[in-house]
Design a protein around this ligand. Structure first.
Ligand code: ADP
Ligand code: MG
Length: 261
């Protein structure tokens, strides 16, 4: 039993943790405090929304957490690793292994078909072509794009392009998915479908999803909502699985017993 308690303590540590994060941009002689002392904890498997108006510092926060930019001050731990201390090549390697990205403007390779775009992350991991194309095809079919496998991005609607980019983000099974305004370029009906697919896929795979939005309606999809105003956390809300149900504990215990055999 003590081992199990230990397991639970361990399993309940945040997969993403940041302390006193600051980012100052210098524009000539002006200093812009894009982030001004932000603390964040995201638990494994959690869907977390960063909610704030334009210019509040959301994209800056995401890019620091993803290791795309270095903080001016503060500490970041992803999977307990101090990523804020890593150099560029360590960060590239870390992102490749653990992180998937979804962007507002999709960022698909324009000369590659839908299935080739989705297969790309597996190429970087050395998966042979036939196997990666098969995996990409399966995932796109699951996302309702059977008819569009061979389409180029400019032969797809915005919603279809975002499905492709979600598939690309998850195909290599990252533990963490970052999404910056993933529905910012979509009409409201399509946006809801994309939120359903993105959050549904993250939950199904047990991945941690952190997305940025300016739209309070989109934040409703999240277990935790972090409100950002002028580079500071103004409010935190949790909608649920922060508290673990008895059912989940029983399931996890059964899972542990299974693993121990
Ligand atoms: P959001 O994503 O919430 O719209 P950002 O994180 O993009 O906000 O920007 C936060 C603030 O930092 C804004 O005032 C923005 O103009 C400024 N900023 C962002 N990136 C840079 C940069 N590379 N150089 C200078 N200022 C920047
Ligand atoms: Mg932004």
């Amino acid at each position: 039993m003590p081992e199990r308690r230990h397991f639970w303590r361990k399993s309940l540590e945040p997969i993403i943790a940041a302390r006193n994060l600051k980012k100052i941009y210098r524009m000539g002689s002006a200093k812009i405090h894009a982030l001004d002392g932000v603390d964040i904890d995201v638990m494994p498997g959690e869907v977390c929304a960063i909610l704030g108006t334009s210019g509040s510092g959301k994209s800056t926060l995401l890019s620091l957490l993803a290791g795309l930019e270095h903080p001016t001050a503060g500490r970041i731990f992803i999977k307990k690793k101090p990523t804020y201390k890593m150099n560029e090549s360590e960060l590239v390697d870390f992102r490749l292994k653990h992180i998937g990205f979804v962007f507002q403007s999709f960022n698909l390779m324009p000369t590659m078909t839908a299935v080739e775009n989705v297969a790309l992350p597996l190429m970087f991991r050395g998966v042979p072509r036939a196997r990666r194309m098969e995996a990409a095809k399966k995932l796109l079919v699951e996302m309702g794009l059977r008819q569009q496998l061979k389409n180029l991005p400019n032969q797809l609607s915005g919603g279809q392009q975002q499905r492709v980019s979600i598939a690309r983000a998850i195909i290599a099974k990252p533990e963490i998915i970052f999404a910056d305004e993933p529905t910012g370029n979509l009409d409201s009906v399509t946006a809801e479908q994309i939120m359903d697919i993105m959050c549904g896929q993250a939950k199904k795979r047990g991945a941690t999803l952190l997305f940025v939005t300016h739209d309070p309606a989109k934040a409703e999809y999240a277990d935790q909502v972090i409100h950002i105003i002028d580079g500071k956390v103004a409010k935190r809300e949790t909608h649920g699985p922060a508290e673990i149900s008895t059912e989940e504990i029983i399931q996890a215990e059964l899972g542990i017993q299974g693993e121990e055999k």
